[in-house]
Design a protein around this ligand. Structure first.
Ligand SMILES: *[C@@H]1O[C@H](CO)[C@@H](O)[C@H](O)[C@H]1NC(C)=O
Ligand SMILES: *[C@@H]1O[C@H](CO)[C@@H](O)[C@H](O)[C@H]1NC(C)=O
Ligand SMILES: *[C@@H]1O[C@H](CO)[C@@H](O)[C@H](O)[C@H]1NC(C)=O
Ligand SMILES: *[C@@H]1O[C@H](CO)[C@@H](O)[C@H](O)[C@H]1NC(C)=O
Ligand SMILES: *[C@@H]1O[C@H](CO)[C@@H](O)[C@H](O)[C@H]1NC(C)=O
Length: 751
């Protein structure tokens, strides 16, 4: 009864002289909708058509195409010039699409369209991965109120294309596609013997009436993306002798819970029994990843015997991928390397790849406890930066290295196929992570800090000199002791995951390599370098030589001796070594042992002023350093005379200036700068007249010579002041002068 009244109202409102001027369509959120917009009359076909929400058609589509689908985002429009309607297709509906629209011809006519989007989301979309030759069935569920309506099955090509519907009479069981309607809550579509051509997007829908039973539209409730794979694929994989290979076989989602297998040539299938964990059979390691539908295969230390055909497949189907593995002999890939990085620093790992893989992805992976190379977790990946540095070589820079980065890495290039990716791992890098060295002064205290992994936070941490739990290790302290004696104390901060040991009253014997350890699992070491309290200061003259004796603090037989220059001892032993017990002479530097005196001696000849500065005597015993600070001052020995004479000349200049000034002042009352160039050597002198404020009385002249911190040898400056014309003070003060180059600054203020 209600419906009848509604239809009556509709007819009165929407039928004007027998023509429909408005209609209603109903879709559901997540689904799509297809309806017809009917022409007013037959002659009206040549103008553009539209379906729009607003006047500017920002939401909607307008098109001038005929007999062809035109697209605009989620909208499509098809105008058939031989019909009295055009078709609109509206994809991926949402509740926001609910509302009033207009469809029509851009000039002559229009219809109001009332689009209702049902609250409940009934539209779904699925992906189906299937294999050539299979027979597949789609289930399309509908609301029971549609049980007597026509069900439709479309394929989305350029636009929706009708495949078949439930009211079609001839549906013999021999047909390739069969639709069967339960007439209750779902219908099914079966496609037999699928081929690659059947892949694509399909739509299930129901025919629906809007407010006017004479105008139907189609509400699509399900979208199916069908991927059709061919069952057996064969892929060539190139790998290298004594290197490793990581192969990933991809399977469709529907098989992800099924057992996978590996087969070597035509031997027995090796079923991968466990999912989501590594299992192995001989040297073939396998991981069945059930969330991704992947079977990962890792083979290391490849040799020619591994060159076989492997099959990876799903046990219950015919589906498999054949992997033809070839193991090549190469000698141009670099050997495995050892790299070391300081926590917080960065490290550069170099990898080779066959040049034909120039364009492919490059990979780096880290061995786990089972020595299987696993990919770097995505949260860590941003610290790994790849760059191809030259043909066949790429580098990976790991920045902000942390203690967790220690381990064995492999890198290589990828080959990718539809069913498989493989990475031929060509280079191995053993990365050791160390703490930055700690430099402590004799008598002071130092902290050794060990960051550890959260998983060890509840366990006991040990600090040892030399590697803990090995022979010769010397236990220092454990995290469950607060202190061993007043010299050593410990703190374990479980929130920061930081274990800190404080060593006080440092002595030479404390120098060494300290290891932090948790059981035998976690190890991290740091060097404690000791700087002795007493520094050595030496003076020498330019052109002469100097001999510096460095004391041994330990049994000198096994000690490495070196002499380096730099501000920081730890950097100096790395970058600033001038001479060492390995290279006994190096240019002007030579090193001799005077074992009886317990010293080694460094002799530097042909000294120049540049040799002045800070040096360190270093003694090293298996990575443990003791330093003595050395200050060297190279003086212009004979140049004391030069200094004095320069001083005297300047004094003379100054006096002359004063006299000249007095004279000129009397005569002209003004002074010009050219009158003041009296240093004798014009090329070498720079003169500047500053300030000429007649009101100020003092006359100052300071001779300042440009100073270079490393060669400040001569030290003289002249300044003189004239006060009230009563007295002239000229003084020679200690300041640095470079004898070759003099810049004289006069500040002359005539009164
Ligand atoms: C169903 O198929 C028949 C035959 O192709 C066709 O005439 C009819 O219009 C179709 N109905 C719907 C709702 O698509
Ligand atoms: C693998 O499939 C075969 C039949 O193809 C079956 O007999 C066997 O039990 C399956 N193995 C496992 C571990 O599922
Ligand atoms: C990394 O090392 C390689 C080889 O030693 C070198 O060619 C490359 O320039 C380095 N890259 C960086 C960024 O240091
Ligand atoms: C380096 O890593 C540490 C954690 O290991 C983090 O706290 C710090 O912010 C990182 N520094 C930079 C510059 O990314
Ligand atoms: C340094 O070596 C030179 C050349 O061997 C030698 O003449 C000089 O006496 C040595 N200097 C000292 C201070 O030992």
């Amino acid at each position: 009864m209600r419906a009848a009244i509604f239809i009556f109202i509709f007819i009165t409102l929407c039928l004007i002289s027998g023509q429909v001027v408005c209609f209603k369509v109903i879709g559901c959120a997540g689904g799509s909708l297809m309806f017809k917009c009917t022409y007013k009359n037959q002659n009206d076909q040549h103008e553009g058509k539209y379906f729009c929400r607003d006047e500017n058609c920002k939401v909607g589509i307008s098109s001038k195409l005929q007999n062809r689908w035109d697209y605009n985002g989620r909208f499509a429009l098809y105008d058939d010039e031989n019909s009295r309607f055009f078709t609109v297709f509206f994809k991926n509906l949402s509740r926001e699409d609910h509302g009033k629209y207009t469809c029509g011809n851009t000039q002559k006519w229009s219809r109001d369209v009332d689009l209702e989007v049902k609250k409940e989301s009934c539209g779904t979309s699925v992906i189906r991965d299937e294999y050539v030759g299979q027979t597949i069935t789609f289930h399309c569920e509908f609301d029971h109120k549609f049980k007597s309506r026509t069900k439709v099955f479309y394929r989305l090509k350029e636009g929706p294309v009708h495949v078949l519907n439930s009211s079609q009479s001839s549906q013999s069981s021999e047909e390739k596609i069969i639709l069967s309607d339960s007439r209750k809550d779902h219908f099914t579509v079966t496609i037999r013997d699928i081929s690659a051509d059947d892949g694509g997007v399909y739509l299930c829908g129901v025919e629906r009436y809007g407010s006017d039973p004479s105008i139907t539209h189609i509400s699509f409730i399900k979208e199916i993306q069908l991927n059709v794979y061919s069952g057996i694929a064969s892929v060539q994989v190139q790998a290298y002798s004594s290197k490793s290979v990581f192969i990933t076989c991809k399977f469709p989602q529907k098989f992800r819970r099924n057992k996978k297998f590996i087969q070597k040539d035509s031997s027995q299938k090796i079923i991968v029994d466990e999912q989501n964990q590594w299992v192995h059979h001989d040297q073939v390691h396998m991981y069945d990843d059930s969330s991704e539908g992947l079977l990962k295969v890792f083979i290391r230390d490849l040799n020619l015997d591994d060159e076989r055909t492997y099959k990876c497949g799903v046990n219950i189907s015919d589906l498999l991928t054949e992997v033809k593995l070839s193991v090549n002999q190469v000698d141009h890939f670099r050997a495995s390397s050892k790299a070391s990085a300081v926590i917080g620093g960065s490290v550069n790992l170099t990898c080779d790849f066959p040049e034909k893989h120039g364009e492919t992805f490059k990979h780096i992976c880290r061995e786990n406890e089972q020595k299987i190379c696993e990919s770097i977790s995505s949260s860590e990946q941003k610290r790994f930066e790849f760059s191809v540095s030259s043909a066949g070589v790429f580098t990976v820079i790991i920045s902000n290295v942390s203690e967790r980065d220690a381990g064995v890495y492999w890198c290589g290039a990828e080959t990718r196929d539809t069913h498989l990716t493989s990475v031929s791992l060509t280079n191995q890098h053993q990365l050791t992570v160390t703490m930055p060295p700690v430099v402590g002064r004799e008598g002071d205290s130092s902290e050794i800090k060990c960051p550890y992994n959260e998983k060890h936070s509840r366990e006991v941490k040990h600090l040892c000199k030399r590697k803990c739990f090995t022979e010769g290790a010397q236990k220092i302290i454990k995290s469950d002791e607060s202190h061993v004696n007043k010299k050593i104390s410990v703190k374990d901060d479980r929130e920061l995951n930081l274990f800190t040991v404080t060593l006080s009253e440092l002595r030479a014997e404390d120098a060494g390599i300290y290891w932090c350890a948790v059981r035998d699992e976690f190890n991290l070491h740091t060097e404690l370098m000791i700087v002795m309290k007493d520094a050595v200061t030496r003076e020498a003259s330019v052109g002469g030589s100097v001999s510096i004796s460095c004391q041994f603090f330990r049994n000198h037989k096994s000690l490495q001796r070196s002499f380096c220059r730099g501000d920081q001892p730890n950097i100096c032993v790395r970058d600033g070594v001038r001479v060492s017990s390995n290279t006994r002479t190096n240019g002007r530097f030579s090193l001799t042992d005077e074992t009886s005196a317990g010293v080694f001696t460094v002799n530097i000849t042909d000294l120049t002023e540049e040799d002045s500065g800070k040096y360190w005597c270093a003694e090293e015993s298996s990575g443990s350093f003791i330093f003595t600070e050395v200050h060297l001052h190279v003086n212009r020995g004979s140049s004391m005379i030069v200094a004095v004479s320069v001083g005297l000349i300047l004094l003379a200049v100054c006096l002359a200036l004063v006299l000249l000034k007095i004279k000129y002042n009397r005569k002209h009352g003004i002074i010009s700068s050219s009158d003041r160039r009296e240093t004798g050597d014009r090329d070498m002198a720079q003169e500047e007249i500053q300030g000429s404020d007649p009101a100020s009385t003092p006359l100052d002249s300071a001779a300042q010579l440009p100073t270079n911190p490393s060669d400040g040898l001569l030290y003289a400056a002249v300044s003189f002041q004239k006060r009230e014309e009563s007295g002239v003070h000229c003084s020679v003060s200690k300041e640095e002068i470079h004898s070759d180059y003099a810049s004289v600054k006069h500040s002359i203020t005539p009164n």
